[in-house]
Design a protein around this ligand. Structure first.
Ligand code: ZN
Length: 295
């Protein structure tokens, strides 16, 4: 099954569901995550995709968990057209299971979750909220309520196998629209209380539509667009050159002396190699630019 996100509405309720198993595995592979980091990164990337699905086309968001747990920062960038990238500061951290479950909350610790919306214009909007449990889904639900005054419910799940790969990953986002009748809200709450874990549903082969059908049992559901989801970073050798050129001359010259530089993209783990000739060329361009600036 391809990774995807599907949108639906039903009796005054908006719902998105996503299957993200492949892109979570791409994140695990790129950052060589142990299970705690795999689950934290997978849930954060899936949550970011679900929250980004609400945005306009050129907008994107960054979700950042800045906790005091051993994982360090857990960060994901997502756009409404289905692209996501993310990283964990310390992907090798290993923690014992907590009541048979991956100890994501312990890995994240206490701190702040922040969500930054890039509008494509100059201004960015950042909202923050205290991390409640570090289990990601609860924190994002709480963030939307506290910081954006949007009552909603987010469910996220990543099932990690013995081979350290994700067997099933995905999530959903449900939002009652303003003015929803009390009896509909009660029915929705009952459905959600009875809903199986999302990773279990995906593990059984359910797609996004299947998850929505189960969550909105008894509702009159209208399905809208389906978006393909993929792990994709915006880095390129050219962008990394720009970062190298922002170093001072001494730092660049010491790289030339080494005869080689390897720069790793923090977001996707991609490694870029620069040989001596390329580094010398960068120094020359950097000197030339400085000369022009000083004129
Ligand atoms: Zn990258």
């Amino acid at each position: 099954m391809k990774d995807h996100l599907i949108k639906a509405t039903a009796n005054g309720v908006r719902m998105y569901a996503a299957v993200t198993t492949k892109l979570v595995n791409e994140g695990i592979r790129r950052h060589q995550c142990n299970p705690v980091a795999a689950a934290a990164l997978g849930r954060t990337m899936t949550g970011a995709l679900l929250m980004a699905a609400n945005l306009k086309n050129k907008e994107c968001i960054t979700v950042k968990f800045n906790g005091d747990g051993p994982l360090g920062n857990v960060v994901a960038d997502a756009s409404p057209d289905g692209y996501v990238r993310g990283y964990v500061d310390h992907p090798y951290v290993d923690l014992p299971l907590n009541n048979g479950k991956i100890a994501v909350g312990e890995g994240i610790g206490a701190g702040i979750v922040s969500v930054t919306r890039f509008t494509g214009l100059r201004d960015t909007v950042t909202g923050t909220c205290r991390i409640a449990t570090g289990e990601i889904a609860e924190d994002l639900t709480r963030y939307l309520y506290v910081s954006e005054q949007t009552p909603s419910s987010i469910g996220l799940g990543v099932l990690v196998g013995k081979d350290l790969k994700a067997i099933a990953a995905g999530g959903f986002f449900i939002q009652p629209m303003p003015g929803l009748a009390d009896e509909v809200l009660t029915k929705l709450e009952k459905n959600l209380a009875e809903l199986r874990p999302v990773s279990e549903m995906i593990g059984e082969g359910l797609d996004g539509r299947g998850i929505i059908t189960e969550a909105l049992k008894g509702f009159d559901v209208n399905y809208f667009e389906t978006i393909d989801l993929i792990f994709k970073c915006q880095c390129s050798k050219q962008r990394i050159e720009g970062i190298l050129m922002s170093l001072n001359e001494k730092e660049l010259e010491s790289l030339v002396e080494d005869g080689h530089a390897e720069v790793c993209c923090h977001f996707c783990g991609e490694k870029y190699q620069f040989n001596k000739d390329e580094l010398v060329a960068l120094i020359n361009v950097s000197k030339e630019l400085k000369k022009r600036k000083n004129k």
